[in-house]
Design a protein around this ligand. Structure first.
Ligand SMILES: [Mg+2]
Length: 228
């Protein structure tokens, strides 16, 4: 077993169940514009949103461009014109207020914080992510919380991790760090580029067709305790 000293962990889809909150938020926005929020429409929104996020991870667009673009594109397919700011405001209200922990999240944070220096590393809005961790009663487990809005770059970019490393004790080597997360193209790709170990949280047993190879793969958060 490797001797790790610092653990970086993703928030959405790893500690907090983002999908349910997202679904609720998207449905509220659809209702606002008189669109029936059925399953297929939510799925189409998620597809559009994920494409925006992939482009953001590649550095092709900014975080602001995600907010400006995703709802107009989604509603545009139905011929509905929307105010992106209004959409985001309503959406965020729902996402920020519906906090659902992934099974074992609190126990894992408690366990990791007792053994390692624990850091959150997330792509998103600083205020929103911090508030969600507070509401989930996870905030105090972290030494620091790194959010892409503050870092000026995002996972999987190396610059994001450089920002984190610069704020961690200088005597910790890359060999002694591990990144845990559900995102192959963000968390795992980013950890690999930064030269640290990686653990992919693959809750739904997705097939990995990306060619991105994590050091570890787990299906439950509980399993992480066997590695760390
Ligand atoms: Mg995630």
């Amino acid at each position: 077993m490797k001797k790790y000293r610092a653990v970086l962990i993703d928030i959405d889809g790893t500690l907090l169940d983002f999908e349910k909150a997202e679904c609720r938020g998207v449905q509220a926005v659809m209702k606002l514009y008189g669109v029936v929020p059925d399953h297929n429409k939510v799925a189409r929104y998620q597809e559009i949103n994920q494409n925006f996020w992939r482009r953001y991870e590649k550095g092709e667009i900014t975080r602001a461009q995600i907010s400006e673009g995703r709802y107009p594109m989604f509603f545009g397919e139905m011929g509905v014109t929307v105010d992106p700011e209004e959409c985001e405001r309503l959406y965020r209200q729902h996402v920020d207020s519906l906090i659902i922990l992934i099974d074992g999240a609190k126990e894992l944070c408690h366990y990791l914080a007792g053994k390692y220096l624990l850091y959150a590393a997330t792509n998103g809005y600083s205020k929103s992510q911090r508030e969600r961790l507070r509401q989930a009663e996870l905030y105090d487990y972290f030494q620091d919380i790194f959010v892409s809005q503050d870092t000026g770059s995002q996972k999987p970019q190396k610059e994001f991790f450089d920002y984190c490393f610069a704020r961690m004790p200088g005597d910790i080597s890359r060999e002694e760090m591990i990144m845990i997360g559900d995102g192959l193209t963000s968390d795992i790709e980013g950890g690999i580029r930064a030269g640290i170990h990686t653990c992919w949280f693959n809750q739904s047993g997705k097939k990995n067709e990306t060619g991105i190879q994590p050091d570890f793969e787990v299906k439950t958060l509980e399993e992480i305790k066997k590695i760390l």
